[in-house]
Design a protein around this ligand. Structure first.
Ligand code: MN
Ligand code: MN
Length: 454
């Protein structure tokens, strides 16, 4: 299969670089699910989308061509453009997750050790723990006060300001297996080394006094959600400038392309949806994960706002829909080829990646997309000149993974995984190909014209 850069025209190359500059910019300043949702709301409003909440409270009736969005708990967002066909004929959904592996600050984080003030963390999602040491790190999150106010926290992103980080042992004192022994409880942030003028807990007290000046009490960490992420901007990658290196491209690369695609939909036949959910990295659990009833509830609200609600019609809507489970896959790594089947796994610059199934040990726990559906997708994407590859992730029995595909499939709808191949997946700095990002964007746009009827 050809590397796509061989066939792109100069004009296409320019479109790709332009699109990816916007993406890179976005990545640099939106590193958490909350920050992504804030961005999505701001951009959606600019594009003329209305919040579903405001539509409901105004009593206005929704109809074909209307654009609405619904946010849940500031960490999940569904964006709709309503079709001319009734909702029960089905929706066209691109569904990505906007949480990424990271370290979370514990609820009782502050302590001191060896003359340092430290912060205790609990990692979130699948990480190789040693990769998070000896790096500039930043804090992004919220502190919720008893008085009902919420403080947004961003620390460690000012280029000339301080960062924080995790220390690592010098090689001179390291035994062979120390890296393997790195435990979750060892992930403690160094945040200060100045003593306060007190007898006890000098180093912790100094930091507590600093926080007090900013209106934060130590107890406020009880009701805080603060994420530790790599500090710094997303970068272009490669001497040829063909790739992007950034934190959290799993799965903001599909979230961003999904959102950009829905913004280009006007008066569609079927209702089109960009669904961006939280908690995929820890099993899609909780009120903001895909297993939550949030999305189904929103669909019911929209149907009601169209003046056409029935429980049966909501069920038909879900079942008759089709979803591109918009998530990344691991790309073949030239430094680690042995876990891959290089014939059947994903490569950079071969286009948007489809996984018919994911799972592990004999497709266990996977959604196995229907060939009838895939045949129609092939027709749709070939007609729209979308370059795609159909792959697996790793050798059979090598390991595996899951996405939200099976949860969407629980409604009885057609679902397939479609997204961008990634190198360094789940590492602090992940790499993607600009060609694949652009083909994924083209794919999602084409999918919003997919024909659902037989
Ligand atoms: Mn993912
Ligand atoms: Mn992941």
């Amino acid at each position: 299969m050809k590397n796509l850069w061989e066939k792109y025209s100069d004009e296409e190359k320019k479109s790709i670089q332009d699109f990816c500059e916007g993406y890179r910019d976005f990545l640099s300043t939106h590193k958490t699910e909350r920050e992504f949702v804030d961005y999505a709301v701001e951009e959606a409003e600019k594009q003329g989308f209305k919040s579903l909440e405001s539509v409901i409270s105004s009593g206005k009736k929704l109809s074909a061509g209307d654009k609405v969005y619904a946010v849940y708990m500031n960490k999940t967002i569904a964006t709709f453009v309503l079709g001319t066909e009734p909702l029960e004929k089905g929706m066209l959904i691109t569904a990505a997750h906007i949480d990424s592996p990271r370290l979370d600050i514990k609820q009782k984080p502050l302590y001191e050790s060896q003359g340092f003030c430290m912060m205790d963390t609990h990692y979130y999602g699948g990480i190789k723990k040693y990769q998070w040491t000896a790096l500039p790190l930043a804090l992004h999150g919220v502190i919720c006060k008893k008085d009902g106010t919420t403080k947004k926290v961003v620390f460690g992103e000012d280029e000339n300001g301080p960062v924080i980080g995790l220390s690592d042992l010098l090689p001179h004192l390291e035994k062979k297996d120390d890296k393997k022994d790195f435990s979750g409880e060892d992930l403690n942030l160094l945040i200060g080394n100045t003593p306060a003028n007190v007898e006890k807990d000098k180093f912790k007290t100094f930091i507590i006094n600093l926080l007090k000046e900013k209106g934060i009490d130590e107890q406020d960490f009880l009701s805080a959600e603060i994420e530790v992420v790599p500090s710094g901007k997303a970068r272009n990658f490669g001497l040829d400038n063909s790739m992007i290196m950034a934190y959290g491209q799993d799965d903001r690369v599909c979230g961003y392309t999904s959102l950009k695609s829905i913004f280009e939909v006007e008066n569609p036949k079927y209702t089109c949806v960009s669904l961006l959910v939280d908690k995929e990295e820890i099993g899609s659990v909780g009120a903001t994960g895909m297993q939550s009833k949030f999305f189904e509830n929103v669909v019911a609200e929209i149907m009601n706002a169209q003046g056409d609600y029935s429980e049966l019609k909501v069920r038909r809507t879900m079942q008759n829909s089709a979803t591109l489970s918009s998530d990344v896959t691991g790309a073949v790594d030239p430094n680690f080829t042995s876990p891959y089947n290089t014939e059947t796994d994903a490569h950079f610059a071969r286009g948007v990646n489809f996984n018919k199934y994911t799972g592990h040990r004999g497709k266990y726990e996977s959604n196995d997309a229907n060939p009838e559906f895939i045949a129609k997708l092939r027709d749709c994407f070939d007609n729209a000149n979308v370059n795609y590859q159909m792959t697996e992730m790793g050798k059979v029995d090598q390991g595996g993974g899951g996405t939200i595909a099976y949860i969407m499939a629980n409604y009885g709808m057609n679902v397939i995984d479609a997204g961008v191949p990634v190198l360094n997946m789940h590492a602090p700095w992940e790499i993607t190909s600009k060609a694949d990002i652009y083909e994924t964007y083209k794919c999602y746009k084409a999918f919003y014209n997919f024909e659902l009827s037989k």
